[in-house]
Design a binder for this molecule. Sequence first.
Ligand code: PEP
Ligand code: MG
Length: 747
Amino acid sequence: MPDRVESESRKLLERLRLALAEGGEGQERLDNIVELIATSMQTEVCSIYLFRDNETLELCATQGLAMESVHKTRLRLGEGLVGRVARTRRVINAADAPSARGFRYMPETGEERYSSFCGVPIQRLGDALGVLVVQSKDAREFTADEVYALEVVAMVLAEMTELGAFVGEGAALSARHQNPVLFRGTVAQEGAAEGNVFLHEARVVVTNPISDDPDLELVRLRDAVEELRSSVDALLSGSRQMTTDQLEIFEAYRMFANSRSWMRRMEADIVNGLTAEAAVEKEQSLARTRLNQAGDAYMRERLNDLDDLSNRLLRILTGQGKDTGVDMPDNPILIARNIGPGELLDYGKKLRGIVLEEGSVGSHATVVARAWAIPLIINAKGITTEALNGDPILVDGDHGIAHLRPDEAVHSAFRDKLAMQTRAQERYASIRDEPALTKCGTELSLFMNAGLLADLPSLEGSGAKGVGLFRTELQFLIRTQMPKRQELSALYARVINAAGGKPVAFRTLDIGSDKVLPYMKPNDEPNPAMGWRAIRVGLDKPGILRMQLQALVRAANGGPLTVMFPFVTLLSEYRDAKAELDKVLAREKRLGNPLPTPLHVGAMLETPSLAFAPDAFFKEVDFISVGGNDLKQFFYAADRENERVRKRYDTLSHSFLTFLKMVIKRCDDAGTHLSFCGEDAGRPLEAVCFAACGFRSLSMRPASVGPVKHLLRKVDLNDVRAVMDAAWERGDLSVRDAVSTYLKSCV
Ligand code: PEP
Ligand code: MG
């Protein structure tokens, strides 16, 4: 970087610092800034456009354009050159702006007189805040150094905007983080919650972006980077038993921490007038923008590493640690980019709701949130940059919407919804001890799904008859080492004990697919959901399966035990798994340990092929449990986690219900007990249709037991069947609409 430009940029920042230090109202500051940029850069025009809302940019200050257009000229995101800079987050540097793609003539500003245009995004950590523009009459392209100087200034403007420096009388700009904002994400757990923001990782605030002592800032940066490097080294040497793949990942991370080019860019930013933390943030912002645009998975991972390292570095520089001492507010709603199941378990059930920027419906954190019935929204882009600790927030988990800092109208509509929910809860509580008996006299058995000891109290509260599916893998997933047999056995004994005599169906480990144990070498499989998972792993690594079965047998301690094997596809797989159990039983007998009595052994039907197994299969198993989540994805060849395809296929379609009826018939013919334990069992409409088809046992999330029972008690299954038959005869492809209309007449 040539000295002249270095000093120009520094001089510009120094003037900016003085202008900002003078105080004054927000508008005055903006006016001063555009004037001094135009003077310093010798351009006729300098303008600042800021976002009024997510879609609209407003001209907030100008030197050179018509003053009357300030706060009047507005552009949509993507409109004109300014809108394009904001949308793409990329610099536009055009010598002949009127002929550049996307140019939009704005007569009120008088801008047609200006030929050259340079617009740079004002952004903070990937969050677009506005656009800084310079224009001049002569047709010239701005030099790389001039563009760089503008970027540095834009970075400072972003920090100042964030800190609310441009708010005030006459500025017609409302402060950041004060307006109501609505976030749309994906539903991961239904339910509504009202509370206050609790940030998983507190925002680091940079209050001093401009420095007048680059040497001091360089020393601060180098010291901080040194500290960062040693902490990364410590992380690496402290992580025992890493697989080669994990080591490679960590090495890549370390490589970044030692990256010369990263360091050089930050040093150049400091030499040009930024403080160390502002320099880190400037590079982080650029990386975030690239991250949002990168399609390549490897590239995204590397940029994620850089983002993570930048956060660590900022914390070192600002002294704002992860634990900021912020107390959890009342009714905390957790906001995070993403969160692991272990961290979520640490927070416990205090959380009222969770909103994540990333996450997936099948992630372990989601499993935990669902088990606890905490409303969870995922893919709520931008919420971590917008929300501040303590902000009021409403989580509408049924529609995947979060209202941050809601206005009164939204608030009161939401309260009505909550009140309705409370009334419904009271209704469900009043029938907790009543049977799920339909009007036609058919009784269903409603069970709950669980995966943690902490879920067991819900057995009492929900009125479920027992645990129809205990997902044992969660205990394996939240640890850093393979649990020991004694530990597992003690845990299962506590689960059995907590169930207080109600039955618990333990499903053996369903690992593989998306559920990768941290201490097992991950398999790079092209289609993990159809790969080496569940009972396939159990049969290939019988040591783990036997250890788990032994722990279960010992936990039962001579009492009842129900075991089911997941993802059985063939009769032979069931037989092989059962043979492992027989071996375990024989060994326990030899050791003189009591054997479980009665012992029920079953299989989960999660692949269509098992429905066509020989009759012998239906006779040999004690029971079958339909794992509808997996079954549906394989029946329709539609990934259960892929929102795009998942929703195309209806559980209540003719084809799927016909298939289920065939399974019911085969079980009836063989006298085999059958239940349904996928998510659909917990949806009242679906549950009623399953009952009409012949299911008599359903297992669901604890929170669903009340609503499902409430509806079942209102219906006559003969009527439901008649409605379904009529729908088929009409040629409806799904009975959803017909049954839903009928149900409205029942409640
Ligand atoms: C299922 O597939 O329906 C099921 C209950 O198992 P999981 O959701 O744990 O795969
Ligand atoms: Mg499954």
